[in-house]
Design a protein around this ligand. Structure first.
Ligand SMILES: [Zn+2]
Length: 319
C-alpha cells in the first residue's frame, strides 16, 4: 500500500483529510471541526482522528501510508515540521512541533507545508493549472493568500514567498488585519470586508448582510451570505465586493508585472464562489495595471474545490 498517501488541510474552522493514490484519486476522506479551545496538542489530536477516519474509509491503517502531508496556516517550517504563530488556531501563538507529534500518533512520516502553497501545487498538478508550467495561485477567502510555481517547481523564497495579500495596493490605505496599511487583504479579505460592512452599517448605510447572517445562523459573513446579499441587489454588498475585486485586479496585475507567469488560479471560498461572476471585472481591472497588456495571463477558477488543500498536502510526498 506504499502508493497511498494522506493529506490534511488544517483550517480555522475545519480539518479536512484525504487518502490519495498515486494517480491523485481520492480513496477516502473525512473531516472534523477544528477545536476552538485548548491548544496545539488538542488540534493535533483532532487532526490524527480525522486522518484515521480517512484511512479507514480507504481500507488502510495510517501506518501503511507512504506518508502524511499537512497544509498548515501560520509560519510552517517544511524542514523541521514546526508550526509557529498560527493565530487563527487556539493557543497557537508560539511554536509547536506538529510534524513530530503527528508522526508519533500515526506511525508514518509527516511533512508540513504552507496551506496555500500546497493548494496551489494541487491545482498545478491535478486541477485548473495542469496545462501551465508557471503560475500564481490566489486564494481569496478570510484573508488573501498566494502560492507560486516557477518552471514546474514550487517557489517558497526563504519560506514566506507568495504573500500576495500583503502587497500594497494603496499607500497609507485601509488598515489590514496584519496591522499594516493598504494591503490587498485590507480590501479583499473576507474578515476585512466584514469589518468594513459593519462600520458602514453602524454609520447608517442600509444593508441586509447582517440580517441574513442572523437568519441563517452564521457567526460571520460567509461567502454564501455575501452571495445571497448580491442576489438580492444589496447595494453595500455590491460595492464592497466590487471594491475587493478592484483591489485583487490591482494586486494580481502588479504581481504579474514582476513575475510574468502564464496563469492565475483563483481559489478560496470567495474566489470559487465569485470567480466566474466577477471574471470580467477582474480581468478588466488587471488590464489597467498590466505593463505588457497585449498578452495577459490566463485567469482560471480553482477546480479541486474543498478537497484541494488536503490533496495538495498529500503531494508533499510526491515532490
Ligand atoms: Zn497586510
Amino acid at each position: 500500500m506504499a502508493e497511498l498517501r494522506g493529506g490534511i488541510d488544517l483550517g480555522g474552522t475545519k480539518i479536512q483529510t484525504a487518502v490519495i493514490d498515486a494517480a491523485g484519486e481520492v480513496r477516502g476522506e473525512a473531516r472534523q471541526p477544528t477545536p476552538t479551545e485548548g491548544g496545539p496538542e488538542d488540534v493535533a489530536a483532532a487532526m490524527a482522528k480525522a486522518l484515521r477516519e480517512a484511512a479507514e474509509a480507504a481500507g488502510v491503517e495510517p501506518s501503511e501510508l507512504a506518508g502524511v502531508g499537512v497544509g498548515s496556516p501560520g509560519d510552517a517550517d517544511e524542514k523541521t515540521g514546526v508550526v509557529s504563530s498560527a493565530r487563527n488556531l487556539p493557543g497557537w501563538e508560539g511554536s509547536f512541533p506538529l510534524g513530530e507529534k503527528l508522526s508519533g500518533a500515526l506511525g508514518t512520516p509527516v511533512k508540513i507545508g504552507n496551506d496555500v502553497q500546497v493548494a496551489t501545487e494541487a491545482e498545478f498538478q491535478l486541477g485548473a493549472g495542469k496545462e501551465f508550467a508557471s503560475l500564481i495561485g490566489v486564494f481569496w477567502g478570510t484573508g488573501v493568500g498566494g502560492g507560486l510555481i516557477f518552471d514546474g517547481k514550487p517557489w517558497l523564497g526563504r519560506g514566506a514567498a507568495g504573500e500576495i495579500g500583503h502587497m500594497v495596493v494603496k499607500r497609507g490605505g485601509a488598515r489590514c488585519p496584519c496591522g499594516r496599511k493598504g494591503c490587498l487583504e485590507a480590501y479583499a479579505g473576507r474578515s476585512a470586508m466584514e469589518a468594513e460592512a459593519r462600520r458602514r452599517h453602524e454609520k447608517g448605510e442600509k444593508t441586509d448582510l447582517f440580517e441574513l447572517m442572523e437568519k441563517h445562523e452564521k457567526p460571520r459573513l460567509t461567502s454564501g451570505i455575501w452571495e445571497r446579499a448580491l442576489d438580492h441587489g444589496d447595494e453595500l454588498a455590491e460595492e464592497l465586493v466590487e471594491r475587493a475585486v478592484e483591489a485583487l485586479g490591482t494586486g494580481i496585475a502588479s504581481a504579474i508585472n514582476l513575475i510574468d507567469v502564464e496563469a492565475v488560479i483563483l481559489g478560496g471560498g470567495l474566489g470559487i464562489r465569485f470567480g466566474e461572476r466577477y471574471m470580467d471585472a477582474l480581468t478588466k481591472e488587471m488590464g489597467h495595471h498590466l505593463f505588457v497588456d497585449e498578452r495577459p495571463p490566463a485567469v482560471r477558477v480553482a477546480s479541486l474545490g474543498d478537497l484541494g488543500g488536503a490533496v495538495g498536502a498529500s503531494l508533499l510526498f510526491a515532490r
